[in-house]
Ligand binder design. Structure first.
Ligand code: F6R
Length: 606
């Protein structure tokens, strides 16, 4: 959510910043801007910004925009509409200070009122603008001290990068709740809110902690707290290569990420299977056998697709480990003063590892003494670092705003965790072997689902005319239906609702008519007959039905047949054709698939 990139070195910075912004555009794309220390004779700061995409900024950039130190931003609006003035960077009236900011200043209204009373004219509607005025008005001697003084007035979250005309040899950055990463190059340094913007230049990075700041110069960097004490940090190597952020011959990241799921599942399984004991090794879990046996409940917390993957995970843990488990949106949990139970294992789920609501839930739980593990994709992210241990999802970078491969890999990561807990508790060797065999089959079965793409594309053209769609499933099928409904509405903007199939007759059946088709998820399990009865109910109301099932469904108008795995693992495969359905429906409707309206990846604000 919003992207920051900065550069200091010997190269002309504007092209580097624009390239970095392109890589971060998935985090926000309603406006963009940059500021550089001008290398012209008069020096000083120069800036350019615009409503719209990074390519609009590129087109509007003045020809002479040279300089070797600069910062840039791509925005997802929180305070103030997306327009030229509200775009970042924000400068003070004398153009001495330029600031780019991710996060939200909670006391912005109060600070804006104080600045106005002091005679400052604020030009934008943003919370960010207060940073540039506060820094410019500070009488401290160094840029670091000016920024520290300004931060003392700020309540809220920030990742900021600051330029000052009087200090052309440095960029100062600070972090509180919004990621800031330094990229260490050869006689050049980068800064970004996300390694995606850095990896084509360097894989050596330093991730700042909350309350930490850094000064970067062309040849070195130093880190310290907002109070001024030095901190010690050493660079780490980023695991993901630059190519994994490319589109790889696909027209969209969404398509690329759907198509690479077989490989992604291979990665989450790699090195973890233990045939001897019919279980899996989860290196970083940090949960000993005694704890696994004595816990009495599992509570899974996440948002959006991560929450849906957590619902699948809860179901798997209950079935395989026979411990009560449920999932709840982290965004709700954190606000309801939850009762924290010492015998419950809490698990936070997140692709980005940055989602603010999930992070806040983790922090609240830890404050109350709970044991919290993470199921996270981004290594070293805030949630990965806040939790006591966990399972990495190893999906690789997910660039498309809507989650696909990470949802699938998270579900598989939960299958591993459920098997591990099950085998410590009472799952038999025979069942352990059965699940391992099922897991091994997944990549090849995913390839088989992908071979149905042309047929799904045809169905999508047909269903794209729907005014609304209903998604139903029972027990194992229900989280699949929920995720499929979210996918469709996010990317195609067709209204969609998901219900447990059993709930249909308690109300939503009233919506069924020919213009409101139903997608029914019907695994071949003990509930198949009940699900078939639901299809009868829909047909009796002239509803059209698209079934996702293990065999042709007589009552359905169309069936997408998916390969059968073990019942506990079926949800992993049944979601994939519905990702393709959402994708091709959006394509048929001409939507901007990788950048759906109003959305951005990594929701780092409340
Ligand atoms: C949906 C989607 C979102 C995210 C949610 C949580 O396609 O991408 O619903 O799943 O914002 O994000 P993470 O997993 O990064 O915590």
């Amino acid at each position: 959510m919003c992207g920051i990139v900065g550069y200091i070195g010997k190269r002309d910075t504007a092209p580097l910043l624009l390239e970095g912004l392109q890589r971060l555009e998935y985090r926000g794309y309603d406006s963009a801007g940059l500021a550089v220390h001008s290398s012209g004779s008069s020096g000083g700061l120069k800036s350019a910004k615009t409503k719209g995409r990074v390519r609009d900024l590129e087109e509007r950039l003045p020809k002479r925009f040279s300089g070797t130190v600069g910062i840039a931003h791509t925005r997802w609006a929180t305070h103030g509409a997306p327009n030229d003035v509200n775009a970042h960077p924000h400068l003070d009236p004398d153009e001495q200070v330029a600031v780019v900011h991710n996060g939200i200043v909670d006391n912005a209204a109060e600070l804006r009122a104080k600045l106005t009373a002091d005679g400052v004219t604020l030009v934008s509607d943003t919370d960010t603008e207060v940073f540039s005025h506060l820094i410019a008005r500070s009488e401290a001697d160094t840029l670091e001290a000016k920024v520290q003084e300004a931060l003392r007035h700020i309540e809220g979250t920030y990742g900021i990068a600051v330029l000052h005309a009087a200090f052309p040899d440095r960029i100062v950055v600070a972090r509180n709740g919004s990621p800031v990463v330094l990229g260490i190059g050869e006689k050049e340094m980068f800064v970004a809110s996300d390694v995606a913007a850095l990896v084509s230049h360097t894989r050596q990075v330093v991730t700042l902690d909350d309350g930490e700041m850094a000064t970067i110069k062309a040849g070195d960097y130093r880190t310290y707290t907002t109070e001024g004490s030095r901190t010690s940090t050493s660079p780490e190597t980023v695991e993901w290569a630059a190519e994994s952020y490319d589109m790889g011959g696909h027209d969209t990241y969404m398509h690329k990420e759907i198509a690479e799921q077989a490989d992604a599942v291979d990665r989450v399984l790699a090195g973890r299977i233990d045939d001897r004991f019919a279980t899996v090794h989860l290196g970083g879990l940090n949960l000993d056998a005694r704890e696994a046996r004595t816990m009495r409940r599992v509570k899974i917390l996440g948002c959006g697709s991560a929450y849906h993957a957590g619902m699948i995970g809860a179901q798997m843990i209950e079935e395989l480990a026979r411990v009560p488990a449920d999932a709840e949106p982290a965004s709700e949990f954190r606000y309801r003063n939850p009762v924290v139970d010492p015998d419950t294992l809490y698990i936070a789920v997140s692709q980005s590892g940055e989602t603010y609501d999930t992070l806040a839930a983790v922090q609240e739980l830890k404050r109350k003494g709970a044991r919290v593990l993470g199921v996270v994709n981004v290594v070293g992210s805030a949630i990965a670092r806040e939790t006591d241990g966990g399972v990495y999802v190893h999906a690789g970078p997910e660039v498309c705003v809507v989650s696909t491969k990470c949802f699938t890999n998270t579900a598989v990561a939960f299958a591993l965790l459920a098997l591990h807990l099950g085998r410590i508790r009472d799952l038999s060797v025979a069942d352990g072997k059965r699940i391992l065999a099922g897991l091994r089959q997944l990549p090849e079965q995913i390839d088989r689902v992908m071979r149905e793409e042309a047929a799904i594309e045809k169905l999508a053209a047909d269903y794209a005319t729907a005014k609304s769609m209903m998604f139903v499933g029972r027990v194992r099928g229900y989280p699949v239906a929920r995720e499929a409904s979210l996918k469709l509405k996010e990317v195609s903007y067709i209204h969609a609702e998901a219900y447990p199939a059993s709930e249909l007759k308690h109300g939503p059946l009233a919506l069924i008519e020919p213009a409101v088709p139903t997608v029914a998820v019907l695994p071949d399990d003990e509930l198949l007959d009940k699900n078939r009865a639901t299809l009868e109910e829909i047909k009796a109301r002239s509803g059209r039905i698209l079934a996702v099932a293990h065999m042709e469904q007589e009552k359905a108008d169309h069936t997408i047949v998916v390969p059968k795995n073990e019942p506990e693992l079926d949800p992993v495969l049944m979601g994939i054709p519905l990702q393709l359905l959402a994708y091709h429906t959006a394509l048929a409707l001409g939507r901007d698939i990788d950048k759906p309206r109003n959305l951005a990846k990594s929701v780092t604000v409340e």
